[in-house]
Design a protein around this ligand. Structure first.
Ligand code: ATP
Length: 557
């Protein structure tokens, strides 16, 4: 395919405001691309990508290198500074590249790099192969080589080709084509269901490959695509959410500790290589030799998802910046290893021994993870725990344990959820410790039950509204047996009356209370209720609770 034909279609797509029409134009582009090799490239080029997402090959071209190549192709009167100034003015490298007349500089050190030689002949393959050569230029002199190669391409470009070449080179295609568009265009061009394309994209992480397979082998071909050990998939991501959200949505929540480190995806093949990738699918294998050593004791091919955490001499977690030092000191790993110990904590299992698990439930994947790691030394330690519960108090207790152990908090996950690469959905919720707390005066209590029957067990909380106290919730969570004894002693002198289990207290003792959210509610006289209130401590320095005014403000936030 001529690169001019690609540029032409890219211009049509860019000019099209309607999403559905864009999909149609991308589908036409795919249909008109004859060879499989070109289709693979075009499916990436439309997204401003040269290599597959899983491939760590990078063009590694800064804007300045691109400006130099454009300036050289534009002729003697144009400098890289001129190009830079124009980009600053116009805000688009494509428009600037398209404003010059190229092709007048042939013979001035242009070398082929697989590129053709006449202005009309530049093909998609030429562009790809030359950019591949750019990516592999390494070491001293590589800057000049890159400029030469890029110059050889720009020098063959008509203005419209230069526009899209420049944008491709700087990964700024900006023609309104995202991943969903390419998925739908593949489905439409080759008459396969979009869901099948979606699944194939998730496992292969390669738009080019999926487009070709959809065209040549249809649905059966797409179904046969699977995860490959050694080729990273995008990480599933989390949204912020509360325990209430979790239990309302799923009845039962899988609770895990949230480690404060760096995301890792481990690919291990006992008959091949062990490779580790970062959250952005960058290879980080060399920075984590102890994780590699651990992985090499696993006897099955696996893909695991987890977090690597830096620990101090006592094995307690260090802040995540410590892990980052590992990734930054690429050339001095042995030394950094001595200074900073890291440990993996795996929380998910995507593949075991030829079997893809993306579509199995979280609980099943976690069971597989436990099974695989239980067979290796230190495997238990490297497995993140997971607790299934529908009890908000249990969730609080797990959160408290995680915080006490020096971790960030907890993750709440839907036990039945499948693994959705690259998705930030509602199936994984990250819950961080509450930031705001509220000072509430205790205006009532209830006697406890069972072994707590001699003590107050639940406390009625109020805030001040002028001279009055208005109720806002009850707290029973976060209080140890010893604290209950102390709190009962502290509050008994303030009892005004008692009826059955319920005690009326004069407002004297103030609790600092954590919560997840404030909602409007008819249950309490303030008109608000605290969701998941949690006792933090008695405010010994103050008997002045927060006001209804502040509650209103917080609830609006
Ligand atoms: P992002 O959501 O963009 O990743 P972030 O990197 O700041 O943002 P958070 O949003 O706070 O992290 O939380 C999600 C991240 O938490 C995951 O990407 C992972 O690195 C980390 N994490 C730690 N423990 C777990 C766990 N048990 N399950 C899933 N993720 C975990």
């Amino acid at each position: 395919m001529q690169f001019a034909a690609f540029a032409d279609q890219a211009a049509t797509i860019e000019a099209e405001p309607a999403d559905l029409e864009i999909i149609t134009h991308v589908a036409i582009l795919f249909e008109e691309t004859e060879s499989d090799a070109d289709l693979e490239r075009v499916a990436r080029f439309v997204q401003g990508r040269v290599f597959p997402a899983w491939d760590s090959t990078k063009l590694d071209i800064g804007p300045r290198t691109c400006y130099e190549a454009i300036a050289r192709a534009a002729g003697q009167n144009v400098s890289a500074d001129d190009v830079e100034t124009s980009v600053a003015e116009r805000g688009d490298i494509g428009a600037v590249a398209a404003s010059y007349e190229f092709g007048t500089q042939r013979g001035l050190g242009a070398f082929g790099g697989g590129a053709a030689s006449s202005v009309d002949d530049l093909t998609v393959t030429d562009v790809y192969e030359t950019l591949e050569a750019v990516a592999s230029a390494d070491g001293s002199g590589s800057h000049d080589t890159k400029v030469d190669l890029l110059f050889s391409l720009f020098n063959q470009c008509a203005p419209e080709e230069a526009r899209y070449l420049a944008r491709l080179v700087l990964s700024e295609m900006r023609i309104g084509v995202g991943e969903g568009t390419v998925r739908d265009a593949i489905a439409s061009a080759f008459e396969v269901p979009a869901d099948d394309v979606e699944r194939a994209l998730q496992v292969s992480n390669d738009y080019g490959d999926v487009a070709v397979v959809a065209r040549t082998d249809g649905v059966a071909g797409l179904e046969s695509l699977s995860l490959a050990v050694g080729r990273p998939v995008q990480a599933m991501l989390a949204q912020a959410g509360t325990a209430h959200d979790a239990l309302e949505a799923w009845d039962l929540a899988a609770v895990e500790w949230k480690y404060d480190g760096a995301r890792i995806q481990l690919h291990h093949d006992p008959d091949g290589e062990t490779r580790i990738f970062s959250r952005n699918m960058e290879p980080v294998t060399d920075a984590l030799p102890e994780v590699v050593e651990f992985a090499e004791t696993i006897s099955k091919p696996i893909i695991l998802d987890g977090e690597v955490v830096a620990v101090d001499d006592a094995g307690d977690p260090l802040p995540f910046q410590a892990v980052l030092r590992r990734f930054r000191r690429k050339h001095d790993v042995a030394k950094t290893r001595e200074a900073i110990e890291v440990r993996p904590k795996f929380f998910d299992c995507l593949h075991v021994d030829g079997e893809d698990l993306l579509e199995t439930s979280l609980t099943e994947r976690h069971a597989r993870l436990e099974r695989v790691l239980s067979r290796v030394d230190g495997g238990g330690e490297a497995t993140s725990g997971q607790w299934l519960t529908d009890d908000p108090e249990r969730i609080e207790a797990i959160d408290a344990d995680a915080l006490a152990a020096g971790h960030e908090g907890i993750m709440l996950k839907d036990p039945s959820s499948t693994y959705s690469p690259g998705r930030r959905g509602k199936r994984w919720l990250k819950r961080k410790p509450d930031v705001e707390t509220l000072d509430c005066v205790v205006t009532g209590a209830e006697w406890g039950e069972g072994r707590r029957a001699k003590y107050f067990g639940t406390f009625l909380l109020s805030v001040r509204d002028g001279e009055n106290y208005e109720t806002i919730g009850k707290v029973a969570t976060g209080i140890t047996d010893e604290q209950l004894v102390e709190l009962t002693e502290l509050l008994e002198p303030h009892v005004r009356s008692e009826s059955g289990k319920t005690i009326d207290l004069e407002p004297a003792v103030v609790f600092e209370v954590g919560y997840e959210e404030i909602q409007t509610s008819p249950t309490y006289s303030s008109g608000y209720a605290l969701r998941f209130p949690r006792f933090i401590e008695v405010r010994s320095d103050s008997d002045d609770p927060d006001t209804l005014e502040r509650v209103k403000r917080l609830s609006e936030q």
